[in-house]
Write a protein that binds this ligand. Sequence first.
Ligand SMILES: [Fe+2]
Ligand SMILES: [Fe+2]
Length: 128
Amino acid sequence: MTETTATTEECMANEIKGETWEVIQYLAMALKADNEGKTEVAQTLRSIAMDEAGHGSRFKYLAGKIGDLKGEIEKMLAGEKEAVDGKHEGMKVADADGKKEVASFFDTAAHDEARHAAMLQNLLDRYF
Ligand SMILES: [Fe+2]
Ligand SMILES: [Fe+2]
């Protein structure tokens, strides 16, 4: 085993960062596989992505990075609301750039963010 001077916290922080990157990487690879008609490849990559998400999230939880649930949900709600404007901004830039597919996806994602905000607000109203 190689000697390491890193603390447990540093090791966990590295894992959280690495696993987060992997989730996006595997899911993006799966989209490419889907577009090439390689359905089983896409499914396998998605399955791995979910494992990586499980690793990253468990490390984050074990690192004590998740505080009081109400506060965490409120923080995420604020972020989702900001994301709506951010995505619309990206949509305008992509549109001006002539990147129609990208602009269209920014718009779709903006709607998703608004829906996420509504879902979180609903949780706050009903459970907290
Ligand atoms: Fe992993
Ligand atoms: Fe979101």
